[in-house]
Design a binder for this molecule. Structure first.
Ligand SMILES: [Zn+2]
Length: 65
């Protein structure tokens, strides 16, 4: 069983490397039981989406055109 600390580390590492099946499974298991980490992961996902949009030159505040 992973600790919250390990889970938050994996949540940021999975941006840079692909996790092993074992890591992904224990990661998901933990998220199902831990609201704090599941919120953290959602936040990381959101940041990643926002960052990749930004790097493609899409600015979300220009949707009125
Ligand atoms: Zn946790």
């Amino acid at each position: 069983m992973l600790s919250c600390k390990q889970v938050t580390r994996l949540a940021s590492e999975k941006r840079d490397r692909s996790l092993s099946l074992r890591e992904r499974l224990s990661f998901r298991m933990h998220l199902m039981m831990c609201a704090a980490c599941s919120r953290f992961d959602a936040q990381m996902q959101f940041m990643r989406t926002a960052m990749s949009r930004f790097s493609r030159g899409e600015t979300p505040d220009r949707e009125d055109r």
